[in-house]
Each structure stands twice: as structure tokens, then as C-alpha cells.
Design a protein around this ligand. Structure first.
Ligand SMILES: CC(C)(COP(=O)(O)OP(=O)(O)OC[C@H]1O[C@@H](n2cnc3c(N)ncnc32)[C@H](O)[C@@H]1OP(=O)(O)O)[C@@H](O)C(=O)NCCC(=O)NCCS
Length: 181
């Protein structure tokens, strides 16, 4: 199954397939030290097979409308990952996650990709509320939510453990009626 949201001539978010597993595994390996500070699945990603299983699950879940998890495609290569991990249709809400290759940070790639997926969430998935949650010390992730006008709702105390350390989560959201580009 193919799916792509084209953002501009250089940038798209696209559904991955099994052939992309090696490229994504290599991207995780390259960025492992930074990613493992924030993302709990990184240490369990030890071979391209793990990445392939994840990508195949994303494809199935997208087909079944359970999630919308995409790769970030920039200048003809994969540079990151982002999307809705789980979609709660009963409450018309979903949460966005993202990560980006270190050599492609600082250009607005994730901000633009998140904008595109917010539009998709409100227009195509009929969401009413979109959340971003990040660790209180993750200033770059927090900046993405703030740059896009998400409203800070509060601190979820010791909400996640990453590498044995509890992190407070900062919860941000945007509602359909608040969103304008
Ligand atoms: C979180 C993460 C994706 C943010 O990456 P990023 O490159 O800072 O985010 P963006 O792609 O939106 O780029 C924003 C930066 O580009 C700059 N920028 C340049 N052109 C821009 C544009 N057109 N639009 C927006 N920002 C632009 C911004 O000023 C900002 O730079 P700054 O950090 O120096 O202020 C990245 O740090 C990462 O992958 N971290 C590890 C994983 C992680 O923490 N994931 C989130 C878990 S909650």
C-alpha cells in the first residue's frame, strides 16, 4: 500500500514498506545515542528485522485505520519518522510522535511534517484534539509544540521511564477550532 503527503518539492511524509527497513535501521544506529535518551524502543532495536517488523505493523495498522505512522522523506532519502501512534476515534483524538536524523535538524523539517499531519488529522481523520507529549527536559521537542501554537496543559509527573530514569511529561494539545496555518 502506498501513501504520501507531499509538503514541498523536497519534503514528504510517506508510508514505509519492508524494503525501507535497512535504511531505517541504519538511521536508528546512526542516531542511537541521542534517540535512546528520549525514546523507549531504541535499545530494543538491534537488527534490521526489528525495524522491518515495526514497519510492517505500521502498514497493517494504517490499513486498519489504527495509526498513521510515516517516514519523513527529504531530498530523496529517509531522514526521520513521525505520525500518530494510536488513533482514539471514540474521543476524536490522537497523539503525535517524531524523531529526526541529527544531520537534518535545525531546518524546520519536523515542524513542516507535523503541520501536514495535523491537517491530515483534522481533515481526513476527523480528529478534534491532537496531543504532543515530551519529557520536560526535551527542549527541542517542546519547541516543536510551542512553534505550532499547541497549548501547554500541564505536567504529567514521572509519566515515563527511559533508561531507568523517570521523566515528567509535558502535555500540549491543539483543538480543531484553534488550528489555523
Ligand atoms: C525533536 C526533534 C525532532 C526536533 O528537531 P528539530 O530539527 O529541532 O525540529 P524542526 O525540524 O522542526 O526544526 C526546528 C529548527 O529549525 C529552525 N528552522 C529553520 N527553518 C525553519 C522553518 N521553515 N520552520 C520551522 N523551523 C525552522 C528552527 O528555528 C529550529 O531551530 P533551533 O532549534 O535552532 O531553534 C529532534 O531534536 C529529535 O529527533 N530529537 C530526538 C528524538 C526526540 O526527542 N523525539 C521527540 C520525543 S517527544
Amino acid at each position: 500500500m502506498d501513501f504520501e503527503i507531499k509538503i514541498n518539492d523536497k519534503l514528504s511524509v510517506k508510508l514505509r514498506n519492508a524494503d525501507d527497513a535497512k535504511a531505517f535501521f541504519d538511521l536508528v544506529v546512526k542516531n542511537r545515542e541521542e534517540l535512546r535518551k528520549w525514546l523507549p524502543w531504541v535499545d530494543a532495536t538491534i537488527s534490521p528485522k526489528d525495524t522491518e517488523e515495526f514497519i510492517l505493523r505500521c502498514g497493517e495498522d494504517f490499513k486498519n485505520k489504527k495509526s498513521a505512522d510515516f517516514g519523513v522523506w527529504y531530498e530523496d532519502k529517509w531522514v526521520g519518522s513521525m505520525g500518530y501512534h494510536q488513533i482514539d476515534y471514540a474521543n476524536k483524538k490522537a497523539s503525535i510522535g517524531y524523531w529526526l536524523d541529527k544531520d537534518h535538524q535545525g531546518k524546520g523539517i519536523i515542524t513542516e511534517s507535523v503541520k501536514a499531519i495535523i491537517r491530515y488529522g483534522f481533515d481526513e481523520l476527523n480528529l478534534n484534539r491532537i496531543e504532543i507529549e515530551c519529557a520536560s527536559t526535551n527542549l527541542k521537542s517542546r519547541a516543536v509544540a510551542e512553534r505550532l501554537g499547541f497549548v501547554f496543559e500541564g505536567t504529567l509527573r514521572e509519566n515515563h521511564i527511559v533508561n531507568g530514569i523517570f521523566y515528567d511529561g509535558l502535555l500540549f494539545s491543539i483543538l480543531r477550532r484553534e488550528w489555523s496555518e
